[in-house]
Design a protein around this ligand. Structure first.
Ligand code: BES
Ligand code: MN
Ligand code: ZN
Length: 488
């Protein structure tokens, strides 16, 4: 793991020197960190067609004082927060396995970019995360060697700003690990045990319901999904009491593996369904982040944890189950399991705690990936204010959301001839009918939003803040939502 620190002067040992440069600012005046070599460096950079575009990198060959084994200019684009974030990600993408161990970022004495440099450090930290636990044959030169990023000449506020972001990074890394681990390692019970240690150490109260406890509460919907698996389900509740206010609830879909059940999925790509617990991972990660930065907010995170498998005890298409709310569901398709899990988790948190706001996160529908691809998560809500707050938090945090419509006409599509509702509608608008299903479990007077993050949990290609694989979408969004709407 990359360690990020702030210092007054460049360290003595061998390092890569990085100078951040904004678009159109590739001139000696902006390269003061290079001292006497600034003029030559500006010409070399221009010759290499380096213009300071965000995340662009130019390696230049100049003597830059004791210890600097190489010098990189890294573009910050408009020189705003986003530009510095892209620069941080680009530095690590370039140097992680380069053989270098220390990178020093020096903007030069004349810059005032404190919070921006914290953002650069945060992006570098996030981009450095990898999970190599199961690789046993990597050669030394393939392994990440970069261990330290030192930022010098940062403004006074940079260090405190970074500390807040470091707490968020802990939550992001927890979520990524949960999502990355295969389903033989992370299943309902082991999910709970993996998160318990760090959460309790941070001051989060944990409550866990096993199948007997859930049966006693009448959670027939969640249990109908769990019953085809050898792994018993769990309901995990995490409570952070950082204020005396009424709690806000976050609810995560935690299907640790989704075979589809008896309505079994095709073989091709089914391995992806190890990350069908990405909503639960984001909720657990967000709870850790909030507790680690001691957020002044009262938040309850709930994860509905089950494995959707097709054994002899599995739920059959056509079975009718009774949810904790008392409403009955005809299970037409056992692959529409997430909504069954969320229904009982939502009822539980609304009836156990007096919550006024519920936000659920779920890899709920393949249709969402068809709609929005991998750029936005889908947002559904019964409250315009809540929807607006979530969209704003998402924009600020980099986890973007796009709102979808809901209406009685869509709701009608899940009426059942035998029960109160069926668990799937017709093929069109599959993400919306899934949301309409969840809406039937929102109690009177509760503001609710559903985030369908099916396209966002796992990335086929590297981004600014992640390598290929788990993104931890939702953790930064929830952290920001809490900071902007519940604190201060
Ligand atoms: N976990 C899947 C949704 C999913 C698919 C997430 C692909 C990420 C990538 C969910 O449980 C599911 O199987 N949904 C079905 C619903 C259908 C049966 C109405 C789907 O999307 O096909
Ligand atoms: Mn499914
Ligand atoms: Zn699923």
């Amino acid at each position: 793991m990359l360690s990020v620190r702030f210092a007054d002067a460049r360290p003595a040992g061998s390092h890569v020197l990085v100078v951040p440069v904004a678009s159109g600012k590739v001139e000696p005046g902006a390269l003061g960190a290079l001292g006497d070599a600034a003029a030559f460096a500006a010409r070399a950079a221009a010759a290499a067609r380096f213009e300071g575009e965000a995340a662009s990198v130019a390696e230049i060959y100049v003597a830059a004082g004791e210890g600097a084994s190489r010098v990189l200019l890294v573009g910050t684009g408009a020189g705003d927060d986003k530009g510095y974030e892209k620069a941080g990600g680009a530095i690590v993408a370039r140097l992680l396995t380069s053989g270098e161990t220390t990178v020093v970022v020096d903007p030069g004495g004349h810059q005032e970019a404190g919070a921006k440099l914290a953002r650069l450090g945060y992006a570098a930290l996030l981009r450095s995360w990898r999970y190599d636990k199961y690789r046993t044959t990597q050669k030394p030169r393939q392994k990440p060697g970069l261990t330290e990023l030192v930022i010098v000449n940062a403004g006074a506020e940079a260090e405190a700003d970074f500390a807040r972001r470091a707490a968020l990074a802990e939550g992001v890394f927890l979520a990524r690990e949960l999502v990355t681990e295969p389903a033989n390692i992370i299943y309902p019970e082991s999910f709970v045990e993996r998160v318990r240690g760090p959460l309790e150490a941070a001051g989060v109260e944990i409550e866990v319901l096993d199948p007997a406890a859930m049966a006693a509460l009448g959670m027939g919907a969640l249990l109908a999904v769990a019953q085809g698996s050898a792994r018993p389900g769990r309901l995990l509740a995490m409570r952070w009491r950082g204020s005396g206010a009424e709690p806000t609830a976050f609810v995560g879909k935690g299907v640790t593996f989704d075979t589809g059940g008896i309505s079994i999925k095709p073989a091709a790509g089914m391995e992806d369904m190890k990350w069908d617990m990405g909503g639960a991972g984001a909720v657990a990660g967000a709870m850790l982040a909030l507790a680690r930065r001691k957020a002044k907010a009262h938040v309850i995170g709930v994860c509905g944890l089950v494995e959707n498998m097709p054994d002899g005890a599995a739920t059959r298409p056509g079975d009718v189950v009774t949810s904790m709310s008392g409403q009955t569901v005809e299970v037409i398709n056992t692959d529409a399991e997430g909504r069954l899990v969320l229904a009982d988790a939502m009822t539980w948190v609304q009836r156990t705690h007096k919550v006024k706001t519920v936000v659920d996160l779920a890899t709920l529908t393949g249709a969402m990936v068809v709609s929005l691809g991998h750029e936005y998560g889908g947002l559904f809500s019964n409250d315009d204010g809540l929807a607006g707050d979530l969209i704003a938090a998402g924009e600020a945090a980099g986890d973007r959301l796009w709102r979808f419509p809901m209406s009685d006409a869509y709701d009608k599509l899940i009426d059942s001839p035998i029960a109160d509702m069926k668990n799937v509608g017709p093929r069109p608008a599959g993400s919306i009918t899934a949301a309409q299903f969840l809406k039937r479990y929102v109690e009177e007077g509760v503001r609710w939003a559903h985030l369908d993050i099916a396209g966002m949990v796992w990335a086929a290609k590297a981004g600014t803040l992640w390598d290929k694989g788990a993104t931890a979408f939702g953790v930064a969004l929830l952290d920001r939502f809490v900071a902007d709407t519940l604190e201060g």
